[in-house]
Design a protein around this ligand. Structure first.
Ligand code: SF4
Ligand code: MG
Length: 283
């Protein structure tokens, strides 16, 4: 109970952000209990958009980044304190448009952070403009004639650029979503969860997702193999009338950025101490 903050909630009724908020709350509470992680060791970051309010609505340490820039702040926080579980909540406009370069480089570095994308395929807070994952033909506030671009497949981008844990969830499958959050948070390295989030007001895709989304079964994808993950990721190219797989597509262990960086910094400090010693003796 204490994990939900008393701040007034201003999301629209029926918004998928409620599912993400409550499942993140449960994930944090359960991991704290099961893994012995103190609650104060969880840090949530938000970007700009409806999703960003989540960090005000949960009672854990939090930080607001500017539009699309919460990811590099997360890497900095993780670098400064290796005990922290750093979780970035971002929007699809926020991270696939404004912040795409930061997302790609955090994946490339295998920064030990978790990125949860509230992918409602629209800019909700600014009342309905198209984002990089809006489907072709989408008629938004800024594109009344419909957009003429094919949407980005963010899971494929993440696989290609080095993310070591890649998953997709859906806000109407809450228990599944919670399990995906827990798995992503406990993964050592860059973990990424794209969440198909219902925007009840500007782009309600509930019927479409309910009809097409399904949970990947054990053994259906070899999560340690790039080609297997890629095949599963390409099953749904975002706007075709194809089944939409939900679950973990890829998960591998690789050295993490923050540890390599610390080892390098420690090496430098050692060399400096040696130089000081030699110079001191010589004098
Ligand atoms: Fe949720 Fe859409 Fe309302 Fe924003 S505009 S709070 S995403 S339903
Ligand atoms: Mg959005």
């Amino acid at each position: 109970g204490g994990l939900i903050s008393p701040a007034e909630n201003t999301w629209c009724p029926g918004c998928g952000n409620f599912s993400i908020q409550h499942m993140m709350k449960s994930a944090v509470a359960e991991l704290s209990e099961e893994e012995g992680i103190p609650l104060e060791n969880f840090v949530l970051l938000g970007g700009i958009g409806c999703h960003g309010k989540l960090v005000d609505y949960l009672n854990v340490n939090s930080f607001y980044g500017i539009h699309g820039r919460s990811v590099p702040a997360a890497t900095g926080i993780r670098l400064g304190n290796p005990d922290l579980k750093v979780i970035c909540h971002v929007g699809d406009g926020d991270i696939y448009a404004e912040g795409l370069d930061h997302l790609i480089f955090a994946a490339k570095r295998n920064s030990d952070i978790t990125v949860i994308v509230h992918d409602n395929r629209v800019y909700g807070l600014t009342t309905g403009q198209y984002t990089p994952t809006s489907p072709e033909g989408f008629r938004g506030r800024s594109t009344p004639g419909g957009i003429t671009e094919h949407p980005l497949n963010p899971l494929e981008v993440m696989l290609a650029t080095g993310a070591t844990h890649i998953a997709r969830g859906y806000t109407k499958k809450v228990r599944h979503l919670k399990d995906l959050f827990k798995e992503a948070i406990m993964h050592r390295g860059f973990s990424f969860v794209d969440v198909l989030q219902i925007c009840a007001t500007y782009f309600n895709l509930t019927d479409y997702y309910n009809e097409h989304a399904y949970e990947i079964e054990a053994g259906e994808v070899e999560t340690g193999r790039y080609e297997s993950a890629l095949g599963k990721i390409r099953e749904w190219d975002y706007d075709r009338d194809a089944p939409i797989p939900l679950g973990t597509f890829y998960s591998v262990e690789k050295p993490i950025y923050e540890e390599k960086f610390r080892a390098l910094a420690a090496g430098r400090a050692e060399r400096r101490a040696l130089v000081r010693k030699v110079v001191g003796e010589w004098r």
